[in-house]
Design a protein around this ligand. Structure first.
Ligand code: ATP
Ligand code: SF4
Length: 319
């Protein structure tokens, strides 16, 4: 692991052991997150994005299990930490923002009190100090002091998500994992929240993994994009290279589905076919039934992950 990496994931495997069979939701994923890096994790529904996020925090719901690989955080292996040890990592070092703030906020508690409680418990601040910090945190996400006494239901969806971001940054974590934080919001609020995230990330120097099914949205804010397909990481590249010169055929297909305002007669295409069944994934390359560039080899052999300069790609076209 490079010293400047906050997170390093090696050959990570998380499976769900269901009655129908074993779902290989994350199946051998490897990538690094550098200090102060903003990473986008993108892929269709069911590609394993959320499972990967939950695996890093080790909060995989049953019947899911981390069955292989390694997670290094700040140079220390956290793969086998027990629940008590992980509680020291969560919140303080790695925190998560979910799509629906109501799953994380207590509906019966004023937002200020929720922040104050976190700060007094984890940072051992006095009530007065915690209150001052809670006001500062809320202001940093664009919420004025007079809203500190509001209950979550008295705020709009966008405001609630801002509170969640304030909670997530309250303990100065090195890494935030945000799982579709803006999906439920309208486009304008979505844009405001993403910009807020980006500004805070730069100001505070933290690393962020932003999970989204929307590659266009990711490309607006992230430094690097990790593309997941059927539990595999198929491409990992700097955002500007993904946009101008995508390597993996699946990344190319994802980009074709983005509207380009500069092209009047652009035809938007959705990717034909369905995502793979992760209990019985296709043999060889999991993308081969939908890949316009599939070759004979692709139906038989799993491609290796190849490093191409500063990029990773899992495809026979590069071997
Ligand atoms: P979405 O964008 O729809 O949230 P995703 O890319 O985040 O999708 P995951 O939710 O991680 O994907 O799901 C990956 C695979 O694991 C899917 O096949 C899904 O059906 C399966 N899966 C997820 N959660 C569970 C669970 N609790 N039990 C069984 N299978 C699950
Ligand atoms: Fe397409 Fe083959 Fe590459 Fe898979 S390995 S993406 S099927 S060309």
């Amino acid at each position: 692991m490079n010293r400047s990496n906050v997170l390093s994931i090696e050959n990570l495997k998380t499976y769900y052991f269901t009655r129908r069979g074993v779902v290989r939701a994350v199946d051998g994923v490897t990538f690094n997150v550098g200090k102060s890096e903003f990473i986008g994790l993108v892929g269709e529904s069911g590609s394993g994005k959320s499972t990967l996020g939950l695996s890093i925090l080790k909060i995989i719901p049953p019947p899911g299990k981390l069955v292989g690989g390694k997670i290094m955080f700040n140079g220390k292996e956290i793969t086998h930490l027990n629940d008590k040890e992980m509680r020291n990592v969560r919140g303080k070092h790695i925190s998560m923002v979910f799509q629906d703030p109501m799953t994380s906020l207590d509906p019966l508690m004023r937002i200020g009190d929720q922040l104050i409680e976190t700060l007094t418990v984890h940072q051992k601040l006095s009530h007065e100090e915690a209150k001052k910090k809670a006001v500062r945190l809320l202001q940093s996400v664009g919420i004025s002091e007079d809203r500190i006494k509001a209950y979550p239901h008295q705020l709009s969806g966008g405001m609630r998500q801002r509170v969640m971001i304030a909670m997530a940054i309250s303990l100065n974590p090195e890494l935030i994992i945000a799982d579709e934080p803006t999906t439920a919001l309208d486009v304008i609020v979505q844009d405001q929240i993403l910009k807020l995230f980006r500004n805070l990330q730069r100001k505070l120097g933290m690393s962020v993994i932003l999970i989204s099914h929307d590659i266009a949205l990711e490309l607006e804010v992230v430094d690097k994009v990790a593309v997941l397909y059927g539990g595999w990481l198929v491409e990992f590249s700097p955002a500007e290279k993904i946009a101008s010169d995508p390597l993996h055929p699946y990344t190319k297909e994802l980009l074709k589905a983005i509207p380009n305002v500069l092209l009047d007669d652009q035809k938007l295409v959705s990717i034909p076919g369905n995502p793979p069944d992760l209990i019985n994934p296709p043999k060889g390359c999991r993308f081969h039934p939908r890949c316009p560039q599939a070759m004979e080899k692709c139906r038989k052999e799993e491609p290796c992950t190849i490093q191409v300069k500063d990029r990773l790609v899992k495809c026979h076209l590069f071997t």
